[in-house]
Design a protein around this ligand. Sequence first.
Ligand SMILES: *Cc1c(COP(=O)(O)O)cnc(C)c1O
Length: 389
Amino acid sequence: MNDKAKPDFQTREIHAGVSPDPVTGAILTPIYQSTTYVQESVGRYMNKGYSYSRSGNPTVVALEDKITSLESGYGSACFATGMAATSATMMALLDQGDHCIVSDVVYGGTHRLSTRVLSRFGIRFSFVDTSDPANVKEALRSDTRLIFTETPANPTLKLTDIAAISEIAGARGIPHVVDNTFLTPYFQRPLELGADISLHSTTKFMEGHNVSVGGSITANSEELLESIKFTRNCLGSNMSPMVAFYTLQGCKTLSTRIRAQSDNAFKVAEFLISHDRVERVCYPGLDSFPQKELADRQASGHGSMLWFEVRGGVKAGKRLMNTLKLWSLAENLGSVESLVTHSVTMTHADMPREERLAAGITDGLVRLSAGLESADDLILDLKQALDRL
Ligand SMILES: *Cc1c(COP(=O)(O)O)cnc(C)c1O
């Protein structure tokens, strides 16, 4: 044996949080499909303090423990969806009258939640280009209570320097939440870089097989974790045991999947650059990526997301998406199936056009999520569609 403080990521993604079922020896944590837990006597629970599955469920807790280990956190809470995780986090940490800084390029649903729902309750939001820490300093106000960043951001892949923004937040004593969905803890661990909360849509890479929608947060302190769990219980947005079970299995192959999918994304990006119908390609693994130094510094891999623009604008882009066969035209990312998305009409349809363009989400942007198929087949499919333009 060695004297390592903890096993490697690839060992923890399989074993952390899970131990053989004490009753049957089953190697997988069972799906504890039960609403309630019988009390031995008034106020005395039979085991571990479970009382009602909205506030806690053993299958969900196994997943929470696994994600805590992978993200190097204090503890985690899982949710019905990624947006449920974002809602509960913002509602737990912001009061009426508070100000929150959000990355100007974020998941469309995060923008919608901020501008269409939480702003109605008197919370104020500034959408800031967080890729430059000076912009964040400038946007800070006396009533700023939270900084929420997403990096790489959906869909432009703009990066935010997690350590620099965490330092700014820390100096003000306010939490920094990072949406870590695009890279997962295998490639990027925000808490190790100073952030307070790492958030996921587990729908994406963590579950990874297009089976279930879910979300998670991992906090670096008991205080933050308990406040978000309290809010989850009030909102009623806990993850279901079935979804936790699927996600527990998905997490076991996380590192293998995301490594192979990143390799595919890189090969696809290189092919696209070489095609004369392609105007522009963006992938953090390319030397041409504008924030390559930061990409290499804060993450150990570049992920499976990339985007490109074809010559001929929106019309050509739409024609291309309609002629792809192996790449499915669908909203989602990170799964084993390769997907293509037109962000402007799909994921970011609710964002006002001027704001979208200012954030670099152009009408012709074609977003790709490279799956786990053969890179050759993925490239052949793109080639036949591009050649027909
Ligand atoms: C999909 C996504 C979300 C929202 O997650 P859901 O599970 O769809 O609710 C949040 N952030 C990012 C970066 C996403 O890609």
